[in-house]
Design a protein around this ligand. Sequence first.
Ligand SMILES: [Fe+2]
Length: 247
Amino acid sequence: MHLITSKSLDSRRRFLFQLAATGAFFTVRGLYAEALTLTPRLTEGPYFPDKLPLDQDNDLIRVTNDITPAVGTVTNVGGRVLDRGGAPVKGALVELWQADDRGCYIHSRGEQRGQKRDPHFQGYGKFETASDGGWRFRTVKPGLYTGRTRHFHFGVTLPGQRRFTTQLMFAGEPGNARDMVLNEVRDAAQRASIIREFKADPATRELAGTWDIVMGATAGDERRERGPGGPPPKGRPPGGERRPPPA
Ligand SMILES: [Fe+2]
């Protein structure tokens, strides 16, 4: 056992004083903040619902009072919204939109060639964080469609700010290596931060994955992003997401 003696306390105080005196103390604090990888901003893509569903809760596999659940592998995804210092963010609006099991979105042009959208899938949901910063959704594993790896779309809107958009990919997907949205993230740590493993519960077969969204957007970034219901930004580069051929 390590005993804290008055001598060791004295030397610790002396060490902290020296750190503070040289400014190194604040550098150490800064190092902890830097240890969090900021979630990269990624394209909103073409399929944010052009008409939001009436049911917008965080259970996407059941639409209002419909007793038939969505087709697909039930997937639970959740985590926290954190600021760049690691503190949970309260009052953040987290939005999820994604393809159904057949690769179709609820967008009016979101059906894949030869596929019909699953009418029992909500396609979009939202959740507002409490003081713990936590959010969660119950949904299905997103289906694949032409030109993209498997992914969720997320929007995070902090109080008084505009929507930050990003995406979450699945570990082990063959399409990850050639996905242009994923690979436009040059920083290796940031790229790894948006790929998560989803594990199956042996009893229920449901998938579950966790993901913390670390917000570090600057004011300049915010101005370039579209807010909920706001006008599209001017001069924005074309989205890095291909539309599938018309159905
Ligand atoms: Fe997409």
